[in-house]
Design a protein around this ligand. Structure first.
Ligand code: MG
Length: 169
């Protein structure tokens, strides 16, 4: 299927994903494949990119293919400091092998600081490149947590994602 046209007899599936990582690691903070701060990065085994992790779970959920924890265990040395764009690219390749194509993905990042808006377009482009799709099929939104709870205190970053996929029935 071309990524510009819908199949004649489409089967649609939607998936949701969520991720959270503590902040404060001695490395840059990467979200959606983009460095948003030079320090105070996310704590995790891979690059701990909450946006890409939530997106991968949304894709896997849509296709009924499990979850990121089963596919990319955080005790696997192969995933240490891994670029999560690889997880997204590999996951999308698996979906395509099963006939699925991405219709669109929508992400909501929850981060108290810095403001994500200046980075949103770069994130859309980066995520779309990882998935092999068009940037207009990827939406990146962001909110602070209004100072409430651990997210509001800047102790963590989180992301909610939904993805819609389609294939020929
Ligand atoms: Mg994660």
């Amino acid at each position: 299927m071309s990524r510009h046209t819908a199949p004649a007899s489409p089967e649609y599936r939607v998936g949701s994903g969520y991720d959270l990582h503590r902040l404060g690691a001695a490395r840059p903070l990467r979200i959606g494949g983009v460095e948003v701060a030079p320090s105070g990065g996310a704590v995790g085994h891979s690059d701990a990119d909450v946006a890409l992790h939530a997106l991968v779970d949304a894709l896997l959920g849509a296709a009924g293919m499990g979850d990121i924890g089963r596919r990319y265990p955080d005790d696997d040395p192969a995933n240490l400091n891994a670029d999560s764009a690889r997880f997204a690219a590999e996951t999308m390749a698996e979906l395509r092998a099963d006939g699925w194509e991405l219709v669109n993905a929508d992400l909501t990042i929850v981060l108290q600081r810095p403001k994500i808006a200046p980075f949103a377009a770069a994130m859309q482009a980066s995520i779309a490149a990882a998935l092999g799709t068009l940037p207009q099929r990827v939406s990146v939104k962001a909110k602070t947590n209004e100072g409430v709870d651990a997210l509001g205190a800047g102790a963590a970053a989180a992301c909610h994602a939904v993805a819609l996929v389609v294939r020929e029935r």
